[in-house]
Ligand binder design. Structure first.
Ligand code: NAD
Length: 264
């Protein structure tokens, strides 16, 4: 650890702590994994694609582990938690798995298929809860450090507050993540586990880079200052602060450069 930046100083300050990062093979999750690994934390990435997992571990210079699983699957998440526990005390979870689905409630082909709505809910909302409940039970077995056992950071979106045309499923799922932040924090307070949610605005990740350049420029024009997409490293910096600051709990923090999404 000599010369290495310590992420958890002052709070969950054990060297060699482990962070489980669902959705950690790309975008915001991967940037977070890198920042935590640079600070001496061992990241365990959970995702559905083994190819992406391999590439992500290369990006991390091998500092971490990957477990193939779906966030909504109890067995898969438990397998990832087993791996995490083999590498040290699991003090941190950063729920970054998410999927976007753009469709109107009633479109040209009729009502949105219910399964499309349910698929977004399954990953973004049910998956977040599934990982949190199973991870919290493992964290509860740890000895507290400086009065804390661990912290769960969730990822919502500004769409939780200002869902646009075509974002009904995504906005509902993310609003669910915002809505469960306080009751989760209250439920887990007795176990000395904090729960904090970040609601990002627009960030440069595979999720948004998939959109046509013209559409991305339109989106960017709505960002007051700085007028650009956020960098994943800026999201990771906030997660690191949340981990280190024991007074942050039960709250959703917007990270959006003052963006308020218009209807379309
Ligand atoms: N990029 C943005 O502008 C932005 C804005 C607001 C919110 N978000 C949220 O941030 C989070 C991270 O998104 P990102 O921008 O890094 O996109 P991303 O596509 O790079 O990352 C999402 C990750 O989740 C994984 N994933 C999807 N479904 C999964 C499942 N069922 N089980 C396990 N893993 C699954 C994907 O494989 C991917 O690695 C998401 O929850 C997203 O909704 C992103």
């Amino acid at each position: 650890m000599t010369g290495q930046r310590r992420v958890l100083d002052g709070s969950l300050a054990e060297a060699g702590s482990v962070a489980l990062i669902p959705g950690g093979t790309s975008g915001l999750g991967l940037a977070t994994a890198k920042r935590l690994a640079d600070g001496g934390v061992f990241p365990v990435l959970l995702g559905r694609s083994p190819e992406r997992g391999k590439l992500a571990l290369e990006h991390l210079d091998g500092r971490g582990a990957f477990v193939p699983a779906d966030v909504a699957d109890e067995q898969g998440v438990n397998a990832a938690l087993d791996v995490a526990e083999r590498h040290g005390p699991l003090r941190v979870v950063v729920n970054c798995a998410g999927t976007a689905h753009a469709a109107r409630t009633v479109g040209r082909d009729g009502p949105m298929p219910l399964r499309d709505f349910q698929a977004v809910m399954a990953t973004d909302l049910v998956g977040t809860f599934n990982v949190t409940r199973l991870a919290a039970e493992r964290m509860a077995r740890l000895d507290p450090v400086d009065g804390q056992r661990g912290v769960v950071v969730n990822c919502a979106s500004v769409a939780a507050y200002e869902g646009q045309v075509g974002q009904v499923a995504y906005a509902a799922a993310k609003a669910g993540v915002v809505g469960m932040t306080l009751p989760l924090a209250r439920d887990l307070a007795g176990l000395r586990i904090r729960v904090v949610t970040v609601a990002p605005g627009l960030f440069e990740t595979p999720l948004t880079l998939a959109a046509p350049a013209e559409l991305r420029e339109q989106f960017q024009a709505h960002v007051p200052h700085p007028r650009r997409f956020g960098r994943p490293s800026e999201f990771a910096a906030l997660v690191e602060h949340i981990i280190a600051n024991p007074m942050l709990n039960g709250e959703t923090v917007r990270l959006d450069a003052a963006l308020r999404l218009p209807a379309r």
